[in-house]
Design a protein around this ligand. Sequence first.
Ligand SMILES: CCCCCCCCCCC/C=C/C(=O)SCCNC(=O)CCNC(=O)[C@H](O)C(C)(C)COP(=O)(O)OP(=O)(O)OC[C@H]1O[C@@H](n2cnc3c(N)ncnc32)[C@H](O)[C@@H]1OP(=O)(O)O
Ligand SMILES: NC(=O)C1=CN([C@@H]2O[C@H](COP(=O)(O)OP(=O)(O)OC[C@H]3O[C@@H](n4cnc5c(N)ncnc54)[C@H](OP(=O)(O)O)[C@@H]3O)[C@@H](O)[C@H]2O)C=CC1
Length: 288
Amino acid sequence: MRTDQPLPPVGGLRPDVHTGKVALVTGGGTGIGRATALDLAAGGASVVICGRRPEPLAEAAKEIEALGGSCVTLSADIREESHVTTVVDRALDAFGRIDVLVNNAGGQFSAPAEEISPGGWRAVHRLAVEATWAMTREVARRAMIPRRSGAVFFIAFSPRRGIPGFAHAASARAAVENLAAGLSLEWSRYGIRTVCVAPGTIATGGLDDHYTPEDRERWERSVPLGRLGRPEDVSGLISFLASPQGSYITGTTVVVDGGADAWGAGHPVPDVPHHLTTPDSSPNKDNP
Ligand SMILES: CCCCCCCCCCC/C=C/C(=O)SCCNC(=O)CCNC(=O)[C@H](O)C(C)(C)COP(=O)(O)OP(=O)(O)OC[C@H]1O[C@@H](n2cnc3c(N)ncnc32)[C@H](O)[C@@H]1OP(=O)(O)O
Ligand SMILES: NC(=O)C1=CN([C@@H]2O[C@H](COP(=O)(O)OP(=O)(O)OC[C@H]3O[C@@H](n4cnc5c(N)ncnc54)[C@H](OP(=O)(O)O)[C@@H]3O)[C@@H](O)[C@H]2O)C=CC1
């Protein structure tokens, strides 16, 4: 860690800030989604969380209920349109409204661009872009447009440009940023805000499971604040943006990355991640 400053406490909004609201968080059983569900519930929201595996959802629900919150869990693969419909059905059956949608579920694998198969490209875009849009459209049409209010969050990446090993994922997240911006132009008339949040590298189980310690250390070195983010650094931002204090923010991307998006000046061009390097991958000096 490059800083000797103590970590700021997490939380801080008024405890009743989301009282009466209902929030749906995709991928709410783990990592950033779980922290977001907990933060929104701590502010008084009733929460619906979905994901494919029931176990993490049940764990998160137990934590939310221990806070005195209400939580409905649904095992669903949001890449399936019928599952999206079922999630929204169940949320409306349980609570009668959806005020906040957090499109958090997402994932990718790291690979050199030229080795990403068409199927691998589609898998990443299907989850990050198509499933996200299917959920957003369903929630907007059935829960937000009729009530003339709502807040929809999308998750992108910081840095907000090319990331070595992530050609499919970085392009998908750029699509999602423009989706948030474009929807604000169309849906402000319904009182719906659409905001994209771009986290830097956040220390979650998902990050630990899918990336090497060398990659994580290298990413940490590129953060001006000198540490990886915590899930609560992202969830606290989303909770603020969902609150009345965030009510003038829409159509934009808010970066939460310890300064990583400002990185670059005076540093060498980054190599591809260590585990992706092959003998053929060094630049061809004869053909600059
Ligand atoms: C400028 C430099 C500064 C550096 C700063 C860097 C910052 C980096 C920030 C990184 C941030 C991101 C972190 C996270 O998101 S952490 C959360 C992590 N969680 C995940 O990513 C979830 C893990 N991934 C998955 O679950 C799956 O990969 C995915 C959901 C994307 C696909 O699932 P699916 O079930 O559809 O996959 P299939 O097995 O059916 O395969 C479908 C096709 O995809 C191909 N594939 C899958 N895995 C790989 C792989 N590891 N390598 C290559 N190809 C893969 C698979 O072959 C299928 O394709 P084909 O049909 O062609 O065979
Ligand atoms: N951690 C990081 O550094 C960063 C993460 N992000 C993004 O933030 C989001 C959360 O990341 P993080 O918490 O680290 O990752 P996790 O892997 O912990 O969380 C992803 C969640 O999404 C759920 N999910 C995945 N696929 C589906 C699906 N098809 N249908 C329903 N749910 C699904 C997973 O549950 P299950 O497997 O049970 O379905 C899991 O709960 C992701 O979109 C990620 O790409 C963005 C920038 C940086």
